[in-house]
Write a protein that binds this ligand. Structure first.
Ligand SMILES: Cc1cc2nc3c(=O)[nH]c(=O)nc-3n(C[C@H](O)[C@H](O)[C@H](O)COP(=O)(O)O)c2cc1C
Length: 322
């Protein structure tokens, strides 16, 4: 059996994997550890049916954790051989990761070091332009995981804002949506959900590129302009494998952004509702790809954000056969 004590290589790698971003910090993953393989399962008990009726955000979150795991194993001198959706009879079994000795040829220590530093930053970003070379590098990071990363042209930004507003209006009337959002955000303590310390104080200003969480404790000036650039992670198909890949790409892009000194924040609301998603697909992506998640990137304002807590390793890991 692989050793998963927090001090072991595999235990430490799973701890780092659990620092991946997840929708509403739901951490919808379970890890089952065998002799040489770490299995990743979606945890349906943490599915958010009102925001995420198809379970797409849940699988994207697990994809992000899968990529974090690979980066962490690579940095510790191990090679990870990944089998995605290995069991056609069990759709919750998202990946089987064979752990081998002997070093990943393209292990990236910088990316691993970025794992604990990355945050989803909901503050308005600075107005310094993000260099085109950085955007290209982020697009390359996503492409190497089978997803497209499209930069939203300034002329199409208002279309994305329209999709966000439309999603906001539709979701506000969805049965259960407000209750689910309140359950998963705004708490001051605990290891689940988006904590109040990471949510802006005061109501989100009209036209904000943000989900309408309840107000938190982050001090932001409501009239500060947001200099964020918008990216859309998209795939050519729209099935669980594409969602998993999109999550891996999301992880690769946000970690690379952190290495470049850029802040980031995923934004899934406009992709959670059919009509705004279709608008993004047709008007922003020319009908050529399925949007999976929107991402704000840019220069963070001064001041470190607190880390969003995670569940303990013992709550998410079990040994095969136990
Ligand atoms: C699939 C997915 C969807 C997300 N959607 C949003 C969103 O709509 N708005 C938002 O502010 N953050 C969103 N997030 C970010 C999560 O809230 C964040 O990852 C979680 O709270 C953990 O915090 P951290 O990323 O700072 O570690 C999303 C993350 C993922 C993976």
């Amino acid at each position: 059996m692989l050793d998963t004590s927090p001090a072991s290589t595999v235990g430490a790698a799973i701890s780092l994997a659990c620092m991946a971003p997840s929708v509403h910090n739901s951490q919808p993953w379970r890890w089952l550890v065998g002799d040489r393989t770490v299995h990743l399962y979606a945890d349906l008990g943490r599915w958010l049916p009102a925001a995420d009726p198809q379970g797409r955000d849940m699988v994207i979150s697990c994809g992000a954790a899968l990529h974090h795991l690979r980066v962490a194993l690579g940095a510790s001198g191990h090679r990870a051989l990944v089998h995605r959706l290995p069991n056609p009879a069990d759709g919750d079994h998202l990946a089987a990761v064979e752990v081998r000795e002997g070093g990943e040829p393209d292990a990236d220590l910088g990316l691993a070091a970025a794992i604990p530093a990355r945050r989803s930053d909901r503050r308005p970003f600075g107005s310094w332009p993000v260099p085109g070379a950085f955007v290209d590098e982020l697009a390359g990071a996503g492409a190497s995981h089978g997803a497209q990363v499209r930069h939203v042209d300034p002329g199409l930004r208002t279309t994305v804002l329209r999709a966000i507003r439309e999603a906001d209006t539709i979701q506000a009337d969805l049965p259960g949506y407000a209750t689910e959002l309140a359950l998963w955000s705004g708490a001051r303590t605990g290891a689940d959900g988006v904590p109040s310390s990471n949510l802006p104080a005061g109501p989100a200003p009209e036209g904000a590129v943000a989900r309408r969480f309840s107000p938190g404790e982050l001090r932001v000036r409501p009239d500060d302009p947001d200099g964020a650039e918008l990216l859309i992670i998209a795939t050519s198909s729209d099935d669980p494998l594409s969602w998993l890949r999109a999550g891996e790409a999301l992880s690769a892009v946000t970690l690379r952004a952190a290495v470049l000194g850029l802040a980031s924040c995923p934004l899934s609301a406009p992709v959670e509702v059919a009509a705004p998603r279709a608008l993004l697909r047709d008007a922003v992506l020319d009908g050529s790809a399925m949007p999976q998640i929107v991402l704000r990137i840019g220069w963070a304002p001064p001041g470190q954000l607190p880390r969003t807590p995670r569940r303990r390793l013992s709550e998410v890991v079990s040994m095969l056969g136990e």
